[in-house]
Write a protein that binds this ligand. Structure first.
Ligand SMILES: COc1nc2nc(N)nc(N)c2nc1C
Length: 309
């Protein structure tokens, strides 16, 4: 029995990782479901053999009265915005004024969801929270555990805090609103509101039914302590740990290349499986980010270009 339970955990973890994190399924859904039901049955008959990071442990049982407040170890900053080419040129001018011309940008899609923080101790997911006001957020670990893209255990037993965006894929949003229309319920205005509403549910079973996902885009605190000295390298490191990160990212040497990237996604964002509300541009190397520093509420080494509403 123990052997079969261990084997099922291993298989379901592998298949779940391929499907939810890499977005590259390796088995049919029916195979996954059949193995999952076998594991549920074996765990019910042998509760002492349940692995803490078994996929069956993602949906907790208890409905909570409310969410605890948690103070972030490192404040979750916001990004200053750019709305047009002049804003981008101004940002680029200030960057060059401060650090010269030998640097590169990393451009990423700005997912239209809600910012979350995930804490891992010795590789185990121990706490998840909303951004809140940037300093204090709401503890929503149980709801975040229902997001299959969020690993319950990392590939390395390290202690790290990561930040990302929880979002509802367009398909899940359309399905959810169709159900709500059938039930005569009020519809969600957009996937961001639907994702936020789902993570504010007091019953994890409801959050689990909303099929949310996430992309991780930063860590809390200094990358240097992991021996990493740039953002692009950090994203690769986070992927190696088992986190989902958005692959539509690109290194750019000039603001003209940044604008070409923005142009490309202005045209192609309707084809994405999720909504984006802009493009985030960051100076890549940490030493140069440190030179640029921060204003009271946002980094000087990054800017968010927002698509026209
Ligand atoms: C470095 O800080 C940030 N980086 C980000 N990166 C992406 N891709 N999307 C965001 N929404 C985002 N937000 C912040 C505050």
């Amino acid at each position: 029995i123990e052997q079969r339970i261990a084997e099922l955990n291993k298989l379901l973890h592998e298949y779940g990782y391929a499907y939810y994190v890499l977005d590259k399924p390796v088995v049919a859904d029916s195979v996954y479901d059949q193995l999952l039901h076998e594991l549920i049955a074996l765990e019910e008959a042998n509760p002492s053999l349940i692995f803490p990071d078994s996929p069956t442990q993602r949906v907790g049982g208890t409905v909570v009265e409310g969410f605890k407040k948690v103070t972030h170890d490192y404040p979750m900053l916001s990004l200053s915005n750019a709305f047009n080419e002049a804003d981008l040129q101004e940002f680029d001018r200030k960057v060059r004024q401060a650090i010269g011309d030998h640097f590169s940008y990393v451009c990423e899609l700005k997912i239209d969801g809600l910012a979350i923080s995930l804490k891992y101790e010795n590789g185990v997911f121990v706490q998840g929270a909303t951004r809140g006001d940037g300093v204090v957020g709401e503890e929503i670990t149980a709801n975040l555990k229902t997001i299959h893209a969020i690993p319950l255990r990392l590939k390395e037993p390290i202690t790290i805090e990561v930040r990302g965006e929880a979002y509802m894929p367009k398909k899940s949003f359309e399905k959810l609103n169709a159900q709500r229309a059938d039930n005569g319920e009020e519809l969600f205005a957009n996937p961001r509101n639907a994702a936020a509403g789902s993570l504010r549910q007091l019953d994890p079973k409801i959050a689990a039914s909303r099929q949310l996902s996430t992309f991780i885009y930063a860590i809390g605190g200094d990358g240097e302590i992991y021996g990493i000295d740039g953002h692009a390298e950090m994203l690769d490191y986070l992927e190696d740990l088992g986190f989902p990160s958005n692959k539509e990212r690109q290194r750019c040497s000039t603001i003209e290349e940044v604008m070409a990237f923005i142009e490309h996604w202005t045209e192609n964002r309707p084809h994405l499986a999720y909504e984006i509300d802009g493009i985030v541009i960051k100076v890549d190397r940490y030493a140069q980010q440190d030179e640029l520093g921060y204003t009271a509420k946002s980094p000087r080494w990054a800017i968010a270009y927002k698509f026209p509403a």
